[in-house]
Design a protein around this ligand. Sequence first.
Ligand code: CMP
Length: 143
Amino acid sequence: MERTYLMIKPDGVQRNLIGEVVSRFEKKGFTLVGAKLMTLSKETAETHYAEHKERPFFGDLVKFITSGPVFAMVWEGVNVISTARTMMGTTNPAEAGPGTIRGDYGVQVSMNVIHGSDSPASAEREISIFFNENELNEYEKTV
Ligand code: CMP
């Protein structure tokens, strides 16, 4: 089954949006297999965002993502990587459609509430940065 890495950023945590965001993915029908509140080190943030290293906003991005706790999650389900991206909306919340997480809750590209893996390769890489295998729960839904 496909898995993705989703992370509620410091702005989302501080604005009490953890429950709202988790609720959307639960109601959609995806399965939460791992979650934790954590404050990222500069090293972890730089590893996670390595592909943006040469971008002009890289320094501010690392500063922001380490500025307070994030809520790190692994979700599982059919096409969860691309469906989660659709539910999140475009990177710039100003352009994200209503009904999407960023469209409903964000206004700035730097503080856009949530990060989600953009491909199977990114998902595998990002999950391994934030979670050990024993922190991921394998379970059948029985209710
Ligand atoms: P995210 O999906 O976490 O991946 C990279 C992040 O860089 C992106 O969300 C934005 O929050 C952030 N970012 C900050 N400034 C910019 C910018 N000018 N253009 C694109 N992304 C930006």
